[in-house]
Write a protein that binds this ligand. Structure first.
Ligand code: COA
Length: 169
């Protein structure tokens, strides 16, 4: 059984992430999408919300599981008996950061390698920050995220607007 972990912040999951998860599911027997902690980020959605949105997005793919994990990725990979960590590579600009992370993870745990997959080229410019920003200002994100994620983003934007108005009055 070949197991891969696909970690990320997924705040929120985008069509690009789903594309990478699907590609990984064709290469591995089991893929565990892991909502992990990037200490440099303060997510808009809670871990539980992000897990729920990813589960819904990949519900038709039988060999994908979704979990949340707080801690070192290599510890999680070992706990899950993973053979590989999957990361998406969208552009050359991703490379340096990904290279650093992959080699650090290999130093920490020599038997877990990182596999890079390229999402479809129509998603190479996408990231979660852009999606959050468009949604925050009322823009249309339906091309970038699954419909249920679009609705969750709209709810957050509405909630933030109400809060701002309350504070101003
Ligand atoms: N489609 C669309 N967007 C994509 C994408 C794709 N296929 N692949 C990556 N992205 C975007 C993400 O949305 C994200 O955008 P954002 O910065 O606007 O939020 C950005 O590219 C990269 O983020 P992501 O892939 O979510 O990774 P990350 O850099 O936030 O996650 C962790 C890094 C969580 C995997 C890493 O911090 C980690 O392993 N944490 C656990 C602790 C640990 O072990 N640390 C040591 C690591 S060496």
């Amino acid at each position: 059984m070949r197991i891969a972990i696909y970690p990320g912040t997924f705040d929120p999951v985008t069509n690009g992430h789903v594309d990478v998860a699907k590609r990984a599911a064709e290469l591995f027997d089991k893929v565990i999408v892991c909502v992990a902690v990037n200490t440099l980020k303060e997510p808009l959605f809670t871990g539980a919300e992000r897990v729920k949105m990813i589960r819904e997005a990949v519900k038709d793919i039988k060999n994908i599981e979704v979990e949340e994990f707080q801690g070192l990725l290599v510890d999680y990979a070992m706990k899950k008996n993973a053979d590989a960590i999957v990361r998406g590579l969208r552009a050359v600009s991703d490379f340096e950061y990904e290279f650093q992370m992959a080699l650090t993870n290999r130093k920490l745990c020599s038997h877990v390698d990182t596999v890079f997959l390229m999402p479809h080229e129509k998603y190479t410019y996408l990231n979660s920050t852009i999606v959050r920003e468009i949604a925050r200002f009322g823009g249309d994100v339906r091309e970038f995220v699954p419909e249920h994620v679009r609705k969750e983003l709209m709810n957050k934007a509405r909630f933030a607007r109400t809060n701002r108005r309350r504070k101003q009055s």
